[in-house]
Design a protein around this ligand. Structure first.
Ligand code: FRU
Length: 687
């Protein structure tokens, strides 16, 4: 509530400041519509026809009303007498003066053609303009009021009146209209910019045209268009919210928006419509990655990197009262380029925001003027004023790149920094084979200096996932789980689903644990709630041969223990997404003591946009346990495979584009003997 006031105050102040230079503004008279905010507590100044409106329609903005952004003490609700009732409420006649813009707070409105506010010429009754609540969404509390503008600037000087119309006779949620604070000569701004509205409209209009061929069934994906990094993973008001870098208009990266989805359990997601668009002067080149935090004020706050003229990167704050519609602060940036602590002005981005005690912290990535990158820590008491704590970590390891998308998570008393250093490349075939990587470092942050002391030496970092498609993590601790997700793609690759109208997904959420200086990843337990059709495969030993497993499919998981003690220098494992001419191979190669993920013959070919080295084979160095067992747990989802090796010691994530009929799964051994000790498979059905 204070925040609402604060925003109104800021808007007012900026109106005053901007009109100060204009001497004629001083003499402007205040234009008012009689009882435009229903502050008389009844329908004075209005006349009703039909049976939807009477004095009892004017509601007191008590605790529930205030929460939904009512102005003053009263507001109008056409549903009080019954949602199914219909009618019209006509205002007094007035002369349209000033700028011709009429600001109106609107809520409810399931059907825009039936509930609206229209402006009419008194002499002819002709309708001149109309406005309705554009924010109706069953996910959003329908009783929240949003500022709208009725634009009648081409009718200045005319005698006019307003009609508040409710012609919706159904009894559904939202089949009513809420109205408040009708302001003539309106000078404020809309809550939701037109670029957001454009993105939302485009999404709902064209989402049906996206082709399903390769779309996942239990991974979060954009409804339409492109996604890269997940942003702002947060638990707020009983739901997980996850945002993501998003370009709705095509299957490639372009001017960055923030997409948004919500979930009760991080597995089943509901699209919550675009949350941020590049619509202010400091972010017109893009709203880049960042974090989210559920504030002390009960609101949801996003901190993002704004990219303005010349590529200048600074950090902005946007706030939402309802969790779905965000207002950027008028005084953004909240961390400007003056606080970039030696980072290049065009490479200072990706705030990760978190709270310890009563203090908010933000960790931000930067590229140094010379080689290498750094992470810088900031703190704040109110999310608006930030002071620099210090450089947490700097290193030349990234060569020409920077540390993108840092996260901090504390596990078992250790501070763990996850980050995405660009361009760390190694010769060894099992490390840093992608153009960019996700790494983690274990140690302790000194919150007085900001300095991170690494338990294993300054530059020691380990690669988090050994596969192809894994970048830009979001990690939070919640509900006794250390939840981590990542973008299940990689830069510099051409993904074949672009022609289908979408690209990008978020990995299966994983629960991190720390054992002896190593991060283990387990699939989040909630996924088991969607397991169906269990198949248990009995023990079998294969010598240089392969055998189809007694199940097939593309949306399933299985966990297998393979005894490789008799394998010699051979190979044993699985072919999935298999048909006579193609297969994706995941197996243990005893001669190298590595698990191999081979997608060279998986289906449609991936190509590199940047001559990115070997694109289609990855290796993870692991040892069998003391009983000679290698454990492989695979998650297949139409066009992706995530492998958890030896109970999450390593993971390998990758996308593949198999043909429709590539649904078979085989177990094989080559040049040796392997025993499948146990295997349990489940289909995964998320509806
Ligand atoms: C990482 C990244 C971020 C940036 C975003 C832009 O993948 O490069 O550093 O904020 O993507 O979309």
């Amino acid at each position: 509530m204070n925040k609402i006031k604060h925003f109104t105050l800021l808007a007012l102040l900026s109106t005053i400041v901007s009109s100060c230079g204009n001497t004629s503004a001083v003499s402007e008279k205040e234009l008012k519509l009689q009882n435009g905010g229903f502050e008389t507590g009844d329908l004075t100044g209005w006349s009703a026809t039909g049976d939807a409106f009477s004095d009892v329609s004017v509601q007191i903005a008590d605790s529930s009303g205030k929460k939904h952004r009512v102005e003053g003490e009263f507001y109008l609700d056409s549903g009080v007498l019954g949602r199914f009732k219909t009618g019209t409420l006509k205002s007094d006649t007035f002369t349209l003066e000033g700028n011709g813009l009429i600001g109106i707070l609107l809520g409810g409105v399931r059907d825009k053609s039936l509930c609206y506010v229209s402006l009419h010429e008194t002499a002819t009754n002709e309708e001149l303009a109309r406005v309705t609540n554009n924010h109706f969404n069953t996910l959003v509390p329908v009783r929240t009021l949003y500022r709208h503008t009725l634009n009648a600037s081409s009718h200045i000087g005319k005698e006019v009146y307003l009609n508040i119309v409710d012609n919706d006779s159904s009894d559904n949620d939202g089949s009513f209209i809420l109205v408040d604070d009708i302001v003539l000569d309106f000078k404020g701004s809309n809550d939701i910019g037109t670029l957001i509205q454009d993105a939302r409209d485009y999404t709902s209009k064209y989402k049906g045209e996206v082709k399903n061929t390769y779309r996942h069934q239990y991974h979060l994906m954009p409804t339409i268009g492109w996604m890269n990094d997940p942003n702002g993973l947060v638990y707020h008001d009983g739901l997980y919210h996850l945002f993501y870098q998003h370009y709705p208009y095509a299957g490639h990266w372009d001017s960055m928006h923030w997409g948004h989805a919500v979930s009760e359990d991080l597995i089943k997601w509901i699209d919550a419509e675009v949350a941020l668009a590049p619509d202010t002067s400091t972010d017109k080149l893009g709203v880049f990655s960042g974090g989210a935090i559920s504030g002390k004020d009960g609101n949801l706050h996003l901190m993002y990197t704004s990219v303005g003229e010349g590529g200048v990167q600074q950090q902005g704050l946007a706030t939402s009262f309802d969790g779905y519609n965000f207002s950027k602060r008028n005084d953004n940036p909240v961390i400007g380029s003056g606080q970039r602590a030696g980072s290049r002005i065009t490479d200072f981005r990706d705030p990760y925001v978190y709270k310890l005690g009563n203090t908010y912290y933000a960790l931000i990535g930067g590229k140094l003027e010379g080689p290498g990158g750094q992470l810088i820590l900031y703190k704040s008491n109110d999310l608006r004023t930030w002071t620099t704590v210090g450089v947490t970590y700097a290193s030349t390891l990234t060569g020409p790149g920077m540390f993108e998308c840092p996260n901090i998570i504390n596990i078992a008393g250790s501070d763990i920094i996850l980050s995405s250093p660009q361009a760390v490349r190694h010769e060894a075939k099992d490390t840093y084979q992608n153009i960019h990587s996700v790494t983690y470092q274990i140690g302790e942050i000194d919150y007085t200096t900001g300095i991170f002391t690494n338990d294993y030496g300054h530059d020691y970092m380990q690669e988090l996932d050994k596969g192809f498609d894994f970048y830009a993590t979001q990690a939070i601790s919640h509900n006794n789980q250390n939840i981590m997700v990542a973008w299940m793609n990689m830069w510099s690759r051409n993904y074949p689903s672009a022609v289908d109208g979408w690209v990008g997904a978020v990995t299966l959420p994983r629960d991190l644990s720390l054992v002896d200086g190593h991060l283990y990843q387990a699939p989040l337990k909630a996924i088991t709630n969607y397991y169906t059709n269990e198949v248990v495969v009995s023990e079998k030993t294969l010598v240089n041969t392969s055998e189809s497993l007694p199940f097939a499919g593309k949306v399933l998981t299985f966990k297998a223990n393979i005894d490789v003690s008799e394998l010699g220098n051979g190979r044993a494992g699985f072919e999935v997404f298999k048909s006579p001419n193609e297969a994706t191979r995941i197996y243990y190669d005893a001669s190298e003591e590595m698990v191999v993920f081979d997608r060279r013959n998986s289906g449609l070919k991936l190509t590199s946009a940047d001559d990115d080295g070997e694109l289609n084979v990855r290796y993870a160095k692991v040892s069998p346990n003391s009983d000679g067992i290698i454990t492989l747990e695979l998650f297949l989802d139409v066009s992706s495979v995530e492998v958890f090796i030896n109970d999450g010691y390593y993971t390998m994530s990758g996308v593949v584009y198999p043909s429709t009929d590539s649904t078979n799964i085989t177990f094989f051994s080559e040049e040796g003997t392997a025993t499948l000790k146990s295997l349990v498979k489940h289909d995964i059905e998320v509806k």
